[in-house]
Design a protein around this ligand. Structure first.
Ligand code: SAM
Length: 300
């Protein structure tokens, strides 16, 4: 069972902005290891309802173990995508909720487990699925996308300007043998950039390619858009929508939504997104790129 002792990102800010009170109905669209849940549930008890979703069955099992003690709060943990949260909320008998939280991306248990294939710091199968019941893996994409589509994906989702060169190299390598492991892919990316000035930057050359693949395999941006299209209507007036994102592509989608018709009933509580303070940034490196936008529903 993954270790659930890590500190959830921006947890103090989440609690402050959520203002939890007994009886509240809260949806956590990315329950993960249950870190935010463990902080919120005591404050909405007694009488609260906490609905936690995750597409990763292993994370849900961990959250279930961690949250099993709560008797005076209804805790519903469901294997589902946050894109489907409205249907889940209906099946548990609620129409509207008081708050929805999304803490996007992967958690440390997933990133640190080489068998999940999210990272190239240790070798593992090139997998990257949050939901292991899904068929398509990162290896499927790497070995089947035409070169131009591969380059577009690396450029658009990884924001990597060397995308064409990297895609060309990947295609040369896979022509000889299927690329099936994280290190094989990282090596292909490295070799595509060998000799280019501007290498030796702060991040490993494969970092952006891995980000692009993870987003593509899990349809992360599509899921966020599907979620946002229905998020506001499922909130009570006065209810809060809280979204923690980790890269500019996610935050851009949230900003666009807030300016468009689907976000018209919401107003953002702070002008700028909430970020981690220096202490948290030191304690928890993942918090350094976290940005939380908090909105309140003003009217129907
Ligand atoms: C950053 S972690 C959440 C950590 C959690 N807040 C905690 O305190 O432990 C993000 C989680 O979202 C899950 N996830 C990713 N895409 C999802 C989706 N479309 N629907 C539901 N969960 C998803 C991942 O499996 C991962 O467990």
């Amino acid at each position: 069972m993954p270790n659930a002792d890590h500190e959830p990102v921006l947890v103090q800010s989440v609690l402050r902005e959520l203002s939890p009170r007994p009886g509240m109905v809260v949806v956590d669209g990315t329950v993960g290891l249950g870190g935010h849940a463990a902080a919120i549930i005591p404050l909405i008890s007694p009488g609260g309802t906490y609905v936690g979703l995750d597409v990763d069955a292993e994370m849900l099992a961990s959250a279930r173990e961690r949250l099993k003690e709560w008797k005076d709060c209804r805790v519903e943990l469901v294997h589902a995508s946050y894109a489907e949260f409205r249907e889940v909320v209906r099946t548990i008998g609620s129409q509207r909720v008081d708050a929805v939280l999304l803490d996007l991306g992967a958690n440390s248990a997933q990133l640190d487990d080489p068998a999940r294939g999210f990272s190239f710091s240790r070798d593992g199968p090139l997998d990257m699925r949050f939901d292991r019941s899904q068929k398509r893996t990162a290896a499927d994409l790497v070995n089947s996308l035409p070169e131009t589509e591969l380059a577009d994906m690396i450029y658009e989702l990884g924001q990597d300007h060397a995308s064409r060169r990297i895609a060309r190299k990947i295609c040369q390598v896979r022509h000889k043998a299927r690329i099936t492991t994280t290190l094989a892919l990282a090596r292909a990316v490295e070799s595509s950039l060998a000799g280019i000035s501007g290498g030796g930057g702060k991040i490993h050359p494969a970092t952006r390619v891995f980000q692009a693949l993870r987003i593509a395999v899990n349809l992360e941006l599509d899921n966020l858009e599907r979620f946002l299209a229905v998020a506001a209507e499922s909130l009570n007036v006065g209810g809060k929508l809280m979204i923690i994102s980790f890269h500019s592509l996610e935050d851009a989608i949230v900003k666009k939504f807030l300016r468009g018709p689907a976000g018209a009933s919401l107003s953002e509580i702070t002008k700028r997104p909430i970020v981690a303070d220096d202490d948290e940034r030191k304690r928890n490196p993942r918090s350094r790129s976290a940005k939380m936008r908090v909105c309140v529903k003003e009217h129907d």
